[in-house]
Ligand binder design. Structure first.
Ligand SMILES: Cc1cc2nc3c(=O)[nH]c(=O)nc-3n(C[C@H](O)[C@H](O)[C@H](O)COP(=O)(O)OP(=O)(O)OC[C@H]3O[C@@H](n4cnc5c(N)ncnc54)[C@H](O)[C@@H]3O)c2cc1C
Length: 370
């Protein structure tokens, strides 16, 4: 019996796998089960869509039924998987079950919001799905003052984007933006380019309370800010709720073949952990999906990741990162009128780079030590 391949999740992981597999096998049934509406959209655009005035609908590349028709797969939108019976190879969908031959968890991650007290703590916005973006756009439409919590990659991009139209305050526990990804000089140049953003470093938000029709945020140092909306970008946590019975650590543990600890069950994307690392970026997910498609089509294939380039979407001061740019690093800085190149050195070897302004780091990628 040719039981279907069941993929849970219609994000970049789930759909890239479904498309790649369909190119290799035209006939085996593939079912994508997804809790959301199954629309295919470029998630990285969420952090710079507001500034452009783009609606969620404008970001959609294909609806669920268009993806299904194009790839001859079945998509079950608005269908949340409740539980998986790995022994019987059954996915439980509430009022019915689905049998699988092979199962792929591509369930992504959920935003991590640090604990905050206050009667409006639950109004904090996050930005990790098209539905999040719909809410974000509605709530920010009439806002004048917006508080962004978190100055990592996504928080900085969001602050940059919102600051095109609103007053923005950014609070971060660290001493600068991109503190874990880039050298201090890059952070300094980026912050200078974002001169209209009020940065509150070395601080955190402890409470959000309603204050008339506005919000009052209390900071750890006792200061308060009155704003109209609060957006939190303090990281993601892989979704593990369906992984009971599988080996998990930070994410669902998989080997280089994307295999979990149970036979016939695989995982990829923001929910998966390979070699102790969760890599929540499009490129490693695409590489994982292509390798897994080969495996599912009968050619066992391991995924290999080279050094990865990341472009920080801050057009006022564009930043590019590649390889290892966090932790103990000896930075070699070259700066001219056009921009800045920071080479990340460890034991005399080039292990990563960060560039800012008009400098292009991509050319350094092939030179990185592996
Ligand atoms: C604002 C933002 C900007 C980004 N910018 C970049 C960038 O510039 N470059 C880059 O490389 N990466 C970027 N990323 C990261 C990249 O977009 C993600 O790594 C990638 O999209 C994750 O895809 P995924 O399929 O693993 O997860 P998701 O897209 O989160 O998909 C998970 C899917 O699982 C479904 N699901 C979850 N639980 C269930 C359940 N129980 N039952 C059924 N379905 C379920 C959800 O409905 C969803 O369809 C950005 C991310 C964000 C949030």
């Amino acid at each position: 019996m040719n039981r279907p391949i069941v993929i849970i999740g219609s994000g970049h992981g789930g759909y890239t796998l479904a498309r790649a597999y369909r190119k290799l096998n035209r006939t085996r049934p593939v079912v994508v089960v997804t809790a959301d509406d199954g629309a295919d959209y470029p998630k990285p655009q969420l952090s710079h869509a507001f500034g452009n005035g783009a609606s969620a609908e404008r970001l959609i590349r294909q609806t669920a039924s268009e993806v299904a028709a194009e790839t001859s797969i079945m998509v079950l939108p608005h269908t949340r998987v409740q539980r998986i019976d790995f022994d019987k190879q059954l996915v439980e969908l509430g009022n019915r079950t689905l049998r699988y031959g092979e199962l792929v968890l591509a369930v992504g991650a959920r935003p991590f919001v640090p604990p905050m007290t206050g009667d409006a703590a639950d109004t904090v916005l996050t930005l990790n799905s098209l539905d999040d973006y719909r809410q974000f756009q509605t709530r920010l439409a009439n806002a004048n003052d917006v508080l962004v919590i978190g100055g990592g990659l996504i928080g900085t991009e969001i602050a940059h984007d919102i600051a095109r139209h609103k007053r923005v305050t950014l609070v971060d526990v660290n001493a600068r933006v991109l503190s874990k990804q880039a050298p201090p000089v890059i952070s300094a140049r980026l912050q200078a380019a974002l001169g209209d953003v009020d940065f509150r470093f070395g601080n955190r938000v402890t409470a959000i309370d309603q204050d008339g029709d506005r919000l009052r945020a209390t900071l750890a140092d006792g200061d308060t800010l009155t704003v109209d909306a609060v957006v939190c970008a303090t990281g993601l946590k892989p979704r593990l709720d369906l992984a009971k019975g599988l080996d998990t650590a930070t994410g669902i543990v998989v080997d280089a073949g994307l295999r979990t600890s149970r036979e016939h069950v695989y995982a990829l994307g923001d929910c998966a952990e390979i070699d102790g690392r969760v890599l929540p970026y499009l490129q490693p997910i695409t590489l994982s999906a292509n390798a897994l498609a080969q495996t599912l089509a009968g050619t066992p294939t391991a995924v290999a990741f080279g050094p990865m380039p990341v472009a920080v979407k801050t057009p006022r001061y564009p930043v590019q990162l590649g390889g290892i740019t966090g932790g103990e690093i000896d930075w070699q800085i070259d700066e001219d009128d056009n921009g800045l190149t920071a080479r990340a050195m460890r034991d005399g070897q080039l292990v990563g780079y960060a560039t800012g302004g008009g400098h292009n780091g991509f050319r350094l990628l092939p030179q990185l030590a592996r």
